[in-house]
Design a binder for this molecule. Structure first.
Ligand code: KG4
Ligand code: ZN
Length: 337
């Protein structure tokens, strides 16, 4: 029988609630905390307070939109890490309290596992084994998915995440946080060969590094500002975006060449990037694997992906005791294989 789950996501600056029944998403609401753009990044204390202010009414609205009663739920799920500890505690404590109050199961979900399966929320099945590129504001990882709960970490960023690089360079160009989407709009009007930004090399071929690119772009921004030139920002954004995406695609191509996969998928906020999506399409075609991209609303943080994972965890009996604490450093796959 299909399980009905209410899931809460509050790991960073999006308060989100979703309701799923089996595979069918009944409601998905996201409230983005715009206030952080004033500070150029997420202020943890503010994030926790705003989650607390928004969560209860959002959960009630999600239940109403789903057309069910609280008592129809079989379980309550919440993101338990990784993320900002104060923010996580608001959602996880709310979820645990609601589960206990209703006498239902609680399911703790790893935020990254949500991103990993975000293409599956709205689409057909993911052919396995799959290669997943996880690109967000805090993570840049390549993961082999052998089955639900069976993941191998193939590579990760050695310094900054791809989204973090978009946000930092966007900030230098005067774009407010989070800058990825606006930067890519600016890039669409520029010449992506105007500036040369090298693709970083790493000792292990599937790892990533963005700190060098970020510094090179910052130096170029300073140089252009001092030169008094006009009209360089779109060219710089386009050249920077090209370098970010080239590095991602290079690692994906290496991984697809090294092993057999049936599909390629991606998740995380940077998965909304159109250049990345179109370049991945070419890679998938070249390597003859199916491509599964999440719809844009499931790329950035949302609770639909958390609800989807929670429903699968219940089906697979992968439940956590209520005493499991929220963990800001929770990892999906601790070992590089
Ligand atoms: O997954 P997410 O919502 O939050 C984290 O878990 O980090 O990802 C947010 C990140 C931000 O760095 C944001 O700038 C980036 O995703 N992002 C984009 C685009 N849309 C969001 N980066 C590049 N292009 C986009 N279209
Ligand atoms: Zn995320």
């Amino acid at each position: 029988m299909a399980v009905t789950v209410l899931a809460v996501e509050s790991s960073c600056d999006e308060t989100a609630v979703a309701v799923i029944s089996g595979n069918k998403l009944l409601a998905s609401l996201v409230s983005t905390q715009e206030v952080h753009s004033l500070w150029g990044g997420v202020v943890p204390e503010l994030a926790s307070r705003l989650h607390q202010r928004t969560l209860t009414s959002l959960a009630h609205e999600a239940i109403a939109r789903a057309g069910i009663q609280l008592t129809d739920l079989d379980a309550v799920a919440a993101t338990v890490g990784p993320g900002l500890i104060g923010a996580l505690l608001v959602g996880a404590s709310y979820g645990k309290g609601l589960a206990v109050g209703l006498g239902k199961q609680f399911v703790g979900v790893n935020h990254l596992e949500g991103h990993l399966w975000s293409a599956a929320v709205a689409a057909e099945e993911l052919p396995l084994p799959a290669l997943a590129l996880l690109v967000s504001g805090g993570h840049t990882e390549l993961i082999r998915i052998n089955g639900f709960g069976e993941y191998a970490l193939l590579g990760a960023t050695l310094d900054d995440a791809a989204g973090e690089a978009f946000d930092k360079v966007g900030g230098l160009l005067g774009i407010t946080y989070p800058a990825g989407e606006e930067l890519s709009k600016l890039a669409s009007r520029g010449n992506d060969r105007a500036f040369h930004f090298a693709v970083a090399r790493t000792q292990t071929p599937l790892d990533f590094s963005y700190s060098g690119l970020k510094s090179a772009a910052s130096r170029e921004v300073e140089k252009q500002k001092q030169s008094g030139n006009d009209n360089w920002a779109a060219d710089l954004a386009a050249s920077f975006q090209r370098a970010v995406v080239r590095q991602l695609i290079q690692r994906v191509d290496t991984a697809l060449t090294a092993d057999d996969y049936k599909s390629l998928t991606l998740g995380g906020g940077v998965a909304a990037n159109q250049l990345l999506r179109s370049e991945l399409e070419k890679s998938a075609m070249k390597h003859n694997v199916s491509l599964r991209v999440p719809p844009l609303q499931y790329c950035t943080d949302n609770a639909a992906m958390i609800a989807w994972v929670a429903a699968r965890k219940i089906e697979c009996n992968q439940l956590d005791p209520l005493t499991n604490p929220a963990n800001p450093n929770l990892s999906l796959v601790p070992e590089i294989v």
